[in-house]
Each structure stands twice: as C-alpha cells, then as structure tokens.
Design a protein around this ligand. Sequence first.
Ligand code: NG6
Ligand code: CA
Length: 516
Amino acid sequence: MRPLLLSHSALALLSGATLLHAQQGKPARPNVLVIYADDLGYADLGCYGAKNVQTPNIDRLARQGVRFTNAYAAAATSTPSRYGMLTGQYAWRREGTDVAPGNAGMIIRPEQYTLADLFKQAGYATAAFGKWHLGLGDKTGTQDWNGLVSPSLGDLGFDYSYIMAATADRVPCVFIENGRVANYDPSAPIEVSYRKPFEGEPTGKTHPELLYNLRSSHGHDMAIVNGIGRIGYMKGGGKALWKDENIADSIATHAISFIQTHRAEHRDQPFFVYLATNDVHVPRFPHPRFRGQSGMGLRGDAIVQLDWTVGEVLRALDSLGIADDTLVLLSSDNGGVIDDGYDDQAEALLKGHNPSGIYRGYKYSAFEGGTRIPAIVRWPRRVRGAQTSSALVSQTDWIASFAELLGVKLPEGAAPDSRVQLATWLGRSSKSRPWILQQAADKTLSLRNERWKYIAPSSHGPMITWGPKIETGYLPTPQLYDMKRDPRERVNVADRHPDIIRYFQSLEARIRAGQE
Ligand code: NG6
Ligand code: CA
C-alpha cells in the first residue's frame, strides 16, 4: 500500500519520526547497514572532492542520499571514537578507552547498552563484521585464543560477529567468529603478548629482512605476520592467520552472506549490520586486483578497495530487492592520515591530494582533520536523494536518533551523551546540533558550534611525538577559531573574545558534569 501522500510544505512541518509514524501508522523498521571506514579522511572520496582516486560506488550512494559536510566522529582515534558511537557515551568519561592493544579486555562491558542492543530490543537480527578494536574477553592479556574468548560481541547485542580483535597492525592477526578464532588451526596454537617476544620467533626488529611485504616507517617492529611487522608479539595461528591482501574480501563476503542467508531464512525480520572495514588503515596492503588503480599508491588503492566493498554490498541489497528499505549509513572512525607507520609511499604519491581537504590537521589532531569525517545516509524509501547537508552532526547521536526512529525507549542511563537528531540525519531538517564535542589523541576536548571552534588547553606539544609529522592542535592556552571566516583554523582569536572562551569553558564544565 502506498503511504499517505503529503505535500512538501506539510512534510517540512513534521519531525522525522512523526512523519515516519504518520506515513506508516507504526514506527519504520528499515534494515540498517552501517559501513564504518577506518582513517578515511574528509576529502578522500570523489563526492567530497578527491580527484586522484575514483570512488564511483560511494559517490552513487551520496547521489541517492544525503551527504553531510559538517559531520564529526567523537574522537580522533579509533577506540574512543567507536566507543562513543556504539554506546552514546563520550569515551573520556571512562578509563581505559584509549587506542586498545589487540589483547585488551572488552572495553564496553556487557551490562552497558549499545547500538546493537537497541536494534535487538526492536526485534532486529544484528551482526558485526571487520574491525572491532574495543577489546574482547574479561581482562587484558588473559584471553585463551585457542578456545572461547568471552565475553564477546554476543554480550553486547550482536547475534553474529566476524571480526578482527583490534587493527590489522596489531596481533592477533586472525578473524574471530562469535568469540572463537575462525579457521582455527589446532596444529598451531596461538599465543599473544604485548610485553615480550616469544623465544625463537623473529621480530621486525631482529629480522628486518623478513619484512618482505611492507617495511615499517615507525614502530611496527614486533611480530612478523605475512611479511609485515606488527604491534605486539604473537606465535602460532597457522592457517587461521589472515593474508592482508584478502582482508577486504573476507569482510565483504561474510557480511554479504549474512545478509543473504538472513533474508532467505527470516524474510520479515529486519537486520542491523555493522560493517567496519579495515580500509584505509595501515598496513595498507590491498588485493593485487586493486594495485595501481588509484595512481596514489597503496593508500589510494585501499580507498578503491573500500569503494569496491561498498559496491559489492549495495549490489547484494539490489539483487535481494531490499535496497529501498535499507538505510545505509557510511562514515569513518576518525580523520585521514598519510604516513601512519609503514613505508607505503603515501606521502610521496599524494600528487596534490590532501585527505583532510582544506582542513587543518589529521587523525590524532584537535584540529578539524582529526574528527571531521565523511558521512552519507541513503534510504530510498524515506530519504530524498541528491541532498547535501551542512548541519553540524555527530556520530554519538546515532543511538538516540535510531531509538527515535524505531520507537524504542532507551533504558534509564543509557547513551547519556546521545541526542535525538533524527530529522537532520534523515535530511528532513537542516537543524544543527547546538554544539559538537570532539576528543583528540591526548583527550584534549574541542567544542564547536556553527560559528566558533574552541580547543581546550593542553600541556602536550604541537606535533605528535612518535614519528609522522602531524600537528596536534595543542596549545597550553585556549584556542578559538571563527569557523565562518577561518574554517582552516589559521588564526587563533582567543585573545579577542574572552567572553566566548568563558562560554565554552563553562559549557565544557557542564558537559563534564553531565549537566548538558
Ligand atoms: C598508532 C600506530 C598507528 C595506528 C594507531 C591507531 C605506531 C607507530 N602507530 O600507535 O599505526 O595503529 O596507533 O590507529 O605504532 S586507530 O585508527 O586504530 O586508532
Ligand atoms: Ca581509525
């Protein structure tokens, strides 16, 4: 049955959820597919201005939906960003939410409410694929990788999971399916340590000649897996060890087969799929079929591989006939980075490309390049295509906004930092979040509204200290930028506007105290 037709002006009067309910008489229940890229910069996609790399599938997604130009991740690195997005609570409120080692215990505790719990509560089938980076098992370093690692994603609302424990540059270099190493090889028991090397196992430091696939530029000199140095030590794994060139294929095929099987067996139950790609994080080692596709070397080719992943999943939705009723949300966990610790020629081959576009800073930074990220929403049934939204939006609001969409009441205390911004996320309103809070690598907070960006003082230096040349955006005194006139954050006008500094400082204090 066609939903009730309303004129455009009538549409404009209704908030997202009211409208959806008015059309259907009950909350909408689209399938939801979140494609979460890693270290994808604001300007790394064709639809965000990239010229040296083609991303036709993602560009099509943007043409058919809303493309956001003022969207933010909660943090400038992976673990705190994902934590904030999945729980709706800022990571800096919790200890132990910095970039996690591969043997970290599970950072989101089972009793905490997550985005996956929300979909489960609404009756969805839920699944996670790809990069996790939020710890597994009860306590750091105590996991038995040869048995069941518990607690795991099943305790956070995901019915099914096929994930990498941390990042591709951190051991263990295996996929984990529902808490157990996938393709487990009993002839090669797995041991992991972030403290000391295993006797008799070569490391990147002792045997650099064994780094036949990629050499490190900074760190990454511990375990060697697949001719690539990693962070952390590891032994065993055998046939379960991933081949870096196949990671994107493994993630895409598992996600697609989950969707296909679910559709075949439970036609009437919507799904929530969290597809967190390894691309374009280091080590960038795309499949040979993507080599040379970008003209920007491995980093560009990894973007092409990401675009391929998106194309495959969209094609699967098309062929199942569910594209119109699937809300696809594509974004990145933090800003782009050029050299992130491997000698992959990323810098030399940019040819004028800047992952951050016109913005200052990169991943890790308190400047815009740290957290301003691409964000695209496509939902053909309910979201008008070909839209660009300049509203200020934050990934931390996904959980409250989806709760609104699904008509689910969040449990008391859940997602405390998440706000309903559904109408904006669905391209039905241009209303900005009144302020957006971001966390840089050293937990320095910045706050911005439509006009201003405030960066709190930090005692750390102006450049990151472990290698790549990246501005941190830290200063010992408060910074203030006029984002209307100076979106590149060139001129710190803090001295001229003590009143605005005071406003942001008191806002920060209220947010910290949970009063906002
Ligand atoms: C850094 C790593 C970098 C990357 C980052 C986390 C070195 C020299 N650098 O410490 O390669 O892994 O951590 O990235 O080891 S994130 O996107 O997962 O947060
Ligand atoms: Ca990241």
